[in-house]
Design a protein around this ligand. Structure first.
Ligand code: DC
Length: 213
């Protein structure tokens, strides 16, 4: 199985790099953040409190989620746009801190890769927890101002200051939570994407994959 793990905080360039790398390597691409967002979306739709751990975990185990490159469905409903909106973005940290939800989504992520013989998988815990034996692990970072500017371009309905504040809040929450906190794996390649082009970064990762370990 050929797995490439791409981890890092929001706005570090994971999705852009992971998508480009997957197409270069002719592997499938999986955005695991979209899966956590899908669970948060479902909890909100059902009027649940996203931090109500046991009911949310139980619901997650029964939820049908499909994540494709440009389409995410939750129990058959197209949630592609809503999962990127401010309500889901606010609720998702609590859902991602839920150990029961994580266990279920990690199981599905491993199954996804097994069925495809691998893939390029992005998230927060891919190299540390989901695929500790990945062929290549990259941990992407960028300066907070660069990350906030990138995210601001994606979410037109929030101003820059709000995006930066929200991002800093989520960074702290994701890094300090008990269940699988955001952490660089000791054998991951650290890549600062602040001042480098996507092509340059992807070329570098492809070269590392080709080099004997
Ligand atoms: O990458 P993103 O912003 O779409 O991720 C949404 C949330 O899910 C974010 O709070 C981090 C969390 N997440 C996680 O805990 N583990 C993953 N493998 C992917 C995302």
């Amino acid at each position: 199985m050929r797995v490439v793990a791409i981890d890092g905080p929001a706005g570090s360039g994971k999705s852009t790099v992971a998508r480009r790398l997957a197409s270069r390597l002719e592997l499938d691409y999986l955005d695991t953040g979209a899966m956590y967002r899908a669970v948060a979306f479902a909890a909100l739709r059902r009027g649940m409190d996203p931090s109500d751990a046991e009911p949310v975990a139980r619901m997650a185990r029964e939820l049908e989620i499909t994540v494709e490159e440009h389409c995410v469905t939750v129990d058959g409903v197209d949630a592609t746009i809503e999962i990127r909106g401010p309500e889901v973005t606010r609720a998702v940290s609590a859902v991602a801190a839920n150990a029961g939800v994580r266990a279920e989504l990690v199981r599905r992520q491993r199954e996804w890769a097994r069925q495809r013989g691998g893939g390029v998988i992005e998230g927060r815990d891919i190299g540390t927890v989901v695929f500790p034996d990945a062929q290549l692990k990259a941990y992407l970072t960028a300066r907070l101002d660069v990350r906030a500017a990138r995210r601001h371009q994606e979410v037109a309905d929030m101003d820059y200051e709000a995006v930066a504040a929200d991002m800093a809040r989520r960074d702290t929450y994701d890094s300090e939570r008990q269940a699988d906190p955001l952490l660089k794996a000791s054998d991951a390649v650290a890549v600062d994407t602040s001042d480098r082009s996507v092509d340059e970064i992807v070329d570098d990762l492809v070269a590392r994959l080709a080099a004997p370990r």
